[in-house]
Design a protein around this ligand. Structure first.
Ligand SMILES: Nc1ncnc2c1ncn2[C@@H]1O[C@H](COP(=O)(O)OP(=O)(O)OP(=O)(O)O)[C@@H](O)[C@H]1O
Ligand SMILES: [Mg+2]
Length: 147
């Protein structure tokens, strides 16, 4: 049975400055397992894509004075596995399979290229997306570090 070495939960308002905050926090927190520079880079990118999606898509409908929260939960395991769950209570995704197709985007062309899920998939060892329209989205990523 794998054991949890350390864990944390973070709740951040949906402000774009928090995309960078998440990158920094995931680096600092994962350092305990001595990941390589490459592994850290992968993790930072994947987490950043998930958080950005919650902010720009999940909470796109919010008015300026409304706040949506992004929840990030990280676990480090003794088998050198890191799990990161990013969730929001935003608009949700009607068709997850379609949303995960490379180049699919509902964002503005020129600004979004529909590559976020592909980045999350390629930079981690597993990716699970659960979503309910009107309720929100949860993205679970797993990264296994080299021995
Ligand atoms: N948390 C979320 N809430 C609501 N919709 C989402 C969420 N995450 C993703 N989506 C939907 O899935 C689509 C694909 O996401 P993906 O990250 O792959 O591309 P993108 O965000 O559109 O572009 P890019 O990430 O390349 O800037 C988005 O355009 C959006 O419609
Ligand atoms: Mg994206």
């Amino acid at each position: 049975m794998k054991k949890i070495v350390n864990e944390m939960k973070l709740r951040l308002p949906s402000k774009s400055v928090n995309e960078g905050v998440c990158r920094a926090v995931i680096s600092a927190f994962s350092a305990e397992l001595n990941p390589t520079v490459e592994e850290l880079g992968d993790l930072r990118c994947a987490v950043s894509e998930a958080v950005t999606n919650s902010i720009v898509h999940g909470y796109a409908h919010l008015k300026e004075d409304e706040i949506g929260y992004v929840y990030i939960s990280v676990r480090l395991y003794d088998c050198r596995e890191i799990t990161v769950e990013v969730s929001d209570n935003g608009c949700g995704i009607a068709d997850v399979e379609q949303a995960m197709r490379p180049s699919f985007t509902t964002g503005e062309r020129g600004e979004r290229c529909g590559m976020g899920f592909l980045v999350m998939e390629s930079f981690t060892d597993s990716l699970t997306v659960k979503s309910r329209p009107g309720k929100g989205t949860t993205v679970l990523m797993r990264k296994i570090l080299k021995p």
